[in-house]
Design a protein around this ligand. Structure first.
Ligand code: HEM
Length: 433
């Protein structure tokens, strides 16, 4: 049985994990048990004790399912900034034995998207985008993000008059899809479909998708392919002043083959939606959760709104939307004293690294005045191209929250999705006293 399948089944069985690996070395057993807890809703509600245990095993921990886990800030930062470490691209995926995991349609499709490309093609595609969210474009987007936020808060305030309301469903799942949808010129009627397909597609980017989750991811991939191929064709027929039409113009100049240009633009449009939804939703919902759990800091922010950017960075450090980023060793490499073989995968445990006591004083303390670096948007060649847009949405939301709902409180325990890599708050019930 292949490593991934073995781990996936063991983790599915949960309790069986300990006995199934009773004869294995203690670290193997401990790591599997730890990840089986991490991927439950309970583990996601507070992963910090599990991360502390993981870090205590070393800066580099051998993963029982193959490859390694990097747990310290220094190693995660070093690998992200390196120009030689690679991402698991299509070539790497096709070389893996775990056919179900890496050859699934959803995984193959991910292999064609920007963060899964290596240079030199990665450089060409990244350059073709230019600076999508420069000061000028963001200035134009700002007023519409503010308008949308106000509209969503109107609805939330109305719901709150009758009692508890779900902040996630009413605000933080909505703002990112409306923002990216308007930017790409997608009809609002399609937003619910795109949001739901994105939720399913993301399973393929998880550490241990179950076979049923992979099937959902494959089906979502198929629908997304139809949707974005249709969008590219429509912009071919009637080009406009939107990003998809502009990418088509760029790629027609780069590619003599029109079909290849269409494919490149399709992958870009698809990935922008995948990249912008789950991540930003989590930044927004996680931010509201953390600030409502620390009312004194929220109150302080009301008096010192100039600290809003710093507060957003502390949210990103304390609870990054993506807790794990994958890299592949370009050759046999020494990492924190451990030899990583060529083509072996290293999972950068960014969520754990953000609580590394060697990097942060009192890492478990949420402190909006901290001013510390973080890896939430990655680093180096693949550094997130949408970070400024995500920050803009978070700023608008926090500004409205401070202004409009001064007495907002969490009314019941937040509901977490059972995942490892992509954090997701499924529900955050709030009341306004
Ligand atoms: C809080 C929200 C977000 C977070 C936490 C986030 C996080 C990340 C991370 C960690 C990476 C690097 C992945 C790697 O190194 O393998 C990345 C790449 C990327 N992100 Fe974001 N992202 C966010 C929002 C957005 C938005 C709103 C967009 C676009 C509208 C976007 C577009 C991209 C793109 C295009 C890349 C690929 C860059 C490359 O590979 O060269 N992201 N993001």
């Amino acid at each position: 049985m292949q490593g991934w399948q073995l781990s996936c089944e063991l983790l599915e069985e949960g309790v069986a994990v300990e006995s199934a690996l009773a004869t294995a070395p203690v670290d193997r057993r401990t790591v599997v048990s730890l990840f089986s807890r991490l991927r439950t809703a309970g583990g996601q509600s507070n992963p910090l004790p599990l991360y502390a245990k993981l870090r205590a095993m070393g800066e580099i921990v051998q993963a029982p399912w193959g490859g390694h886990l990097a747990t310290s800030y220094t190693v995660c930062h070093q690998v992200l900034r390196s120009r030689s470490w690679r991402v698991p691209d299509t070539d790497w995926r096709t070389r893996q034995d775990d056919a179900g995991r890496w050859s699934a349609a959803a995984s193959r499709q991910m292999g064609d998207t920007l963060p899964m490309l290596n240079s030199p093609y990665h450089t060409q595609v990244r350059r073709s985008l230019g600076n999508m969210f420069d000061r000028k474009s963001l200035g134009i987007m700002k007023s519409s993000v503010e308008r949308t936020t106000e509209r969503l808060f109107d609805r939330l305030a109305e719901e709150l008059r009758d009692g508890p309301a779900d902040f996630v469903a009413l605000v933080t799942d909505e703002l990112p899809v409306i923002t990216i949808g308007e930017w790409l010129g997608i009809p609002p009627a399609d937003y619910p479909l795109l949001r739901s397909l994105t939720h399913d597609q993301v399973f393929t980017q998880e550490l241990f998708p179950s076979p049923s989750q992979l099937a959902l991811s494959d089906a979502a991939t198929h629908r997304l392919r139809q949707y974005f191929t249709g969008l590219v064709q429509e912009r071919r027929r009637s080009p406009g002043d939107d990003p998809v039409s502009s990418w088509l113009r760029t790629w027609d100049a780069l590619e003599s083959d029109r079909h290849a240009a269409d494919e490149a633009v399709y992958a870009l449009a698809l990935f922008m939606v995948l990249a912008a939804l789950e991540t930003t939703s989590h930044l927004l919902s996680g931010m509201v959760r953390l600030l409502l759990e620390h009312p004194q800091q929220l109150e302080w922010l009301r008096v010192h709104p100039e600290y809003i950017p710093g507060a957003i960075d502390e949210v990103l450090r304390y609870d990054a939307p993506i807790h794990m980023i994958s890299r592949v060793a370009p050759e046999d490499t020494e990492l924190a004293g451990v030899t990583v073989r060529r083509h072996e995968m290293v999972q950068l445990m960014v969520g754990a690294a953000h609580h590394d006591p060697d990097q942060y004083a009192e890492p478990g303390l949420f402190d909006i005045r901290r001013k510390a670096p973080h890896l939430s948007f990655g680093g180096g060649m693949h550094y997130c191209l949408g970070n400024a847009l995500a920050r803009l949405e978070a700023t608008c939301l926090l500004t409205s929250l401070l202004k409009r709902l001064p007495s907002l409180r969490i009314s019941s325990a937040p509901v977490w999705a059972p995942r490892v890599a992509f954090r997701r708050l499924m529900a955050l019930q709030v009341v306004h006293a």
